[in-house]
Ligand binder design. Structure first.
Ligand SMILES: *Cc1c(COP(=O)(O)O)cnc(C)c1O
Length: 399
C-alpha cells in the first residue's frame, strides 16, 4: 500500500524536473557566480534565469526586486528587522494573532526585549481578520505591518492588497508572509502596494533551505547580512546556486500548474472534505471557506484527539497534520484555533489535510473511505462520547 501524502503545507516533494535542473550545477557547473571566468559566468546566467522565473510567478515589475535568502524564516526576519532599522523613530509593529512562528516569535521577542509596541490583530470565528482593529492600529508610529497572505493551518486568505493600500497612507512598510500563497494562487505584485513578501522554495516542490524576499523598488531596506556584494549588497554570502536554480524551476512549474491547482487540486480537496463531512457527524471545516487556498482543508472532529487521529491515519499510510500543538509538548490547541475561539472539544481534534498537484483521485477516495471509521473508533473510546440507548448512535455525552 503506497503512502498518501496530505501534508503539503509542511513541505512538498521536490519535483523530479527541479532536481534534474539542479544536478549539473553541483559537479559540472560548480563555479562561483561572482567569478569572471566561464565557470562563474555560466552559473551567473542561470541565476538570472531563476530570478526571472520567480519574478514571473510573483507578477513583479523588475527582476532586481527578488532577493534570494535561505527560506521563509530568513525572509520574514529580514523584512521586519530591516523596516525597524529603516524607520528607527517608529516604535510600533502591526501583525496578526495567527501568523506563522517565523513572524510571531520575532514580534514577541521585539516586544519583550526591545521595547516595541506590537498590535496583534485578531480574527473572528471564521478566521477573518478584524479589519476595523487593523485600521485603528494604523498610525505614523508604526514602522512595519507584517500580515500573512494565507494561513498555513486553515488556508484562509487575508485581503492583504487592501491592507497594504491602507498602510501606505501612513508611510508604513507593508510585509506579507506569502509562503503558503506563492505557487497556489495568482499574484500581481507590480500592481499592488505590498513592499515586501516572503516565499519559501520547499513549499512549492523546490528544495529546502532556499527562499526569496520580494523587495519593491524604492522601498527602504537595511540588510541583515553585510559582506560581499551578492544580491546587490542586500544579502551577502556566496549564493546557494543549486538551491536558487531549483527554486527557479519550481517557480516555473508552479506558474504553469496554477490553473491545475485552482481547478483539479481544488476539486480533489472539495471531494475529500465533502466525502468526510457527509459521513462524520460533529465535524466542521475551520477558517474562511470562501477565501481559502485551493489545497487546504482543516477539519475539526469534535470529542477526539488530533494526535490519536494522526497516529491512526499514519497506520493506514496517510500523512496529515494536527492543528493542536501536542507534539511540541504543550496541551494547548494551536494559537490559530485559539484565535478563532474554536471550542476546546473541537480545537483538540483538528486535522489539516493539505494537497498538491501530485495527489490522485484514488488517493482521495481511499482517505474518504478510511477517515470515518477512524473517527468512529476513537469516539467509542472517548469519555466525551456515549452510545445513545434509543437510536444506537454515538452522541456527545456533554455539550
Ligand atoms: C513554512 C512556513 C514558513 C517558514 O518557511 P521556511 O522556509 O521553512 O523557513 C513561514 N511562514 C509560513 C506561513 C510557512 O508556512
Amino acid at each position: 500500500m503506497d503512502a498518501i501524502y496530505l501534508d503539503n503545507n509542511a513541505t512538498t516533494r521536490v519535483d523530479p524536473a527541479v532536481l534534474a535542473e539542479m544536478l549539473p550545477y553541483f559537479t559540472e557547473q560548480f563555479g562561483n557566480p561572482s567569478s569572471i571566468h566561464s565557470f562563474g559566468s555560466k552559473v551567473g546566467e542561470k541565476i538570472r534565469w531563476a530570478r526571472a522565473q520567480v519574478q514571473a510567478l510573483l507578477g513583479a515589475a523588475h527582476d532586481t526586486e527578488i532577493v534570494f535568502t535561505s527560506g521563509g524564516t530568513e525572509s520574514d526576519s529580514t523584512a521586519i528587522l530591516s523596516a525597524l532599522k529603516a524607520y528607527p523613530e517608529r516604535r510600533e509593529i502591526i501583525t496578526s494573532r495567527v501568523e506563522h512562528p517565523a513572524v510571531l516569535t520575532l514580534c514577541q521577542y521585539l516586544e519583550k526585549h526591545e521595547g516595541y509596541r506590537v498590535h496583534y490583530i485578531g480574527v473572528d470565528a471564521k478566521g477573518r481578520l478584524d479589519v476595523a482593529a487593523y485600521d485603528r492600529a494604523l498610525s505614523e508610529n508604526v514602522a512595519v505591518v507584517s500580515i500573512m497572505y494565507a494561513n498555513n493551518e486553515t488556508g484562509t486568505i487575508f485581503p492583504v492588497e487592501a491592507l497594504a493600500e491602507r498602510a501606505k497612507k501612513y508611510g508604513i512598510l507593508f510585509h506579507t508572509d506569502a509562503v503558503q500563497a506563492v505557487g497556489k494562487i495568482p499574484l500581481d505584485l507590480a500592481h499592488s502596494d505590498i513592499d515586501m513578501l516572503s516565499l519559501s522554495s520547499h513549499k512549492l516542490h523546490g528544495p529546502k533551505g532556499i527562499g526569496a524576499l520580494y523587495l519593491k523598488r524604492g522601498a527602504k531596506f537595511r540588510p541583515l547580512f553585510r559582506g560581499g556584494h551578492q544580491e546587490r549588497g542586500r544579502r551577502a554570502g556566496t549564493e546557494n546556486t543549486t538551491g536558487i536554480i531549483g527554486l527557479g524551476k519550481a517557480a516555473e512549474l508552479a506558474l504553469a500548474a496554477m490553473e491545475t491547482e485552482n481547478t483539479q487540486v481544488k476539486a480533489l480537496r472539495d471531494r475529500l472534505e465533502q466525502g468526510i463531512l457527509s459521513q462524520v457527524s460533529h465535524a466542521f471545516v475551520t477558517g474562511d471557506v470562501e477565501h481559502r487556498l485551493p489545497n487546504t482543508s482543516n477539519i475539526a472532529f469534535e470529542y477526539v484527539e488530533g494526535e490519536a487521529i494522526l497516529l491512526m491515519l499514519n497506520r493506514a499510510a496517510i500523512a496529515a497534520s494536527a492543528g493542536s500543538a501536542c507534539t511540541s509538548g504543550s496541551l494547548e490547541p494551536s494559537h490559530v484555533m485559539m484565535a478563532m475561539d474554536i471550542p476546546f472539544t473541537a480545537a483538540h481534534g483538528t486535522i489539516r489535510f493539505s494537497l498538491s498537484r501530485e495527489n490522485t483521485l484514488e488517493e482521495i477516495d481511499r482517505v474518504v473511505a478510511e477517515v470515518p471509521a477512524i473517527i468512529a473508533r476513537l469516539r467509542t473510546m472517548s469519555p466525551y462520547w456515549r452510545k445513545d440507548g434509543t437510536t444506537g448512535e454515538f452522541t456527545p455525552a456533554y455539550s
